[in-house]
Design a protein around this ligand. Sequence first.
Ligand code: MSP
Length: 517
Amino acid sequence: MNYFITTPIYYVNDRPHIGHAYTSVACDVLARFHRLMGDNVKFLTGTDEHGQKVEKSAAALGVTPKALADANSQHFKEMAALMNIGTDPHINFDFIRTTEPRHVQSAQALWKKMADKGFITLGSYAGWYAVRDEAYYQEGELIDTPNGKRAPTGAEVEWVEEPSYFFKLSEFGDKLLAYYEQNPDFIAPESRRNEIISFVKGGLRDLSISRTTFSWGIPVPGDEKHIMYVWLDALANYLSALGYPENTPDMAAFWPANLHMVGKDIIRFHAVYWPAFLMAADLPLPRRVFAHGWWTIEGEKMSKSLGNAVAPGELVQDFGLDQTRYFLMREVPFGNDGNFSREGMINRINSELANNIGNLAQRTLSMIQKNCGGRIPNGTVADAEVGITGVDKDKLIQNMDKCAFDKYAGDIVKYASQANEYIDKKAPWALKKQGELEEMGKVLYALAESIRKIAIMIQPIMPHSSSKVLDLLAVPENQRSFAHLSAEFALLPGVVLPPPEPVFPRFVEKSVDLGGA
Ligand code: MSP
């Protein structure tokens, strides 16, 4: 099966923080999971570089918008590399920038198609606009604050009056509602689906899709005084990366996308505007839009003014790469908001990775090294089945399908706990003392086989550490996919193992040197 997954493309007005890393890691987990299930995966991310927000930020810094975009786009590329995103060589990974010619041509082609079909008209816009959100708001949506009118998101708004092209969004309300009805999985989670349905039922107005009062954007085909509204430009990235409007092999294989992953703040753009644009252009609609929640930092909203944004690099440096990925996926049910705290992170790392999975691997592998001559001991699949019982592959698959990453990881932790209970109950060290070497070998075999399965299953979330564990078990590179979970591919007794090394160290807070004598 072909599987196409996308992250939102990130604004280049600022540097990446863990909110961005979160969306991208979740997509990387799904991309890797589908690859391990045998799918042909395309994974797209990139940067959203046009619009007033970027233009304004650049002006404030005294640089050109292009220079700011170049610098920050590079930071987002580095974030992906740092978080091990899109690095699986079997995944077709692409990073698109909206200033690239391939995107500009494609976005203009989409515009032309919608215009040719009669869905774009020229008029003029008079109303409110929030640069921070790059969104239009109606008077009734605004809130009065001591500092003046604000968007419901808290963003400042300004009054805009200018000639503008409009997209006939008002004609799509019923079609969208019918689509949501016929495709109940199109918007997830359920709460967001309900929110969108009631928004559309409230009536849709035509949408202003061009601007004339600044110039940092893609020119409207045939009327270059106008530039395209940045959201139309940005959404088109999902098609431009596939080569639209050409009939490319990528278009044939990967459109419609299987999943657009987004944060809850941008669900409306993806679940209302985007499908309407696609309907207008006669293109099939994506199969699913999933909106995840937002992170706060130690209880506070992450913001530039509070200066509390956490850079992904800091976490990776302090806690480790896979530990960071694991925490982000495990801590909060995907779809809910979550709070980041160092304490929460340390707890997860120590209780579930170091003390549970890590301890299981370390105890088992070092006993094999010491007592079995560093070779996979003699045991059978039947012995192994008592180590961890009931690995439920279907449940794992269902949880991934629902983006329930916390449950997916939680099940694996449960399997590791079972194996740890088994080791304590069977006490292979005691069997050794009593000279029951055959029984000890069977127990260690069962444990090693449990670890093999755990490592295979946890690969999407922790690719580095799981591959280290699989290396320590001498599992061949070409036997690490989900199809290899089955007994047919169980460890072979007698295979020589490398010397064991700890994979999940305990996190110990560095003591602060207060100086002094
Ligand atoms: N450029 C648009 C997306 C265009 S897609 C065609 C945009 N960019 S963004 O950089 O502001 O946000 C990108 C993603 O990061 C969004 O999905 C947003 O929800 C997510 N996050 C930004 N801050 C976040 C948190 N504090 N927590 C979790 N995710 C957050 O919107």
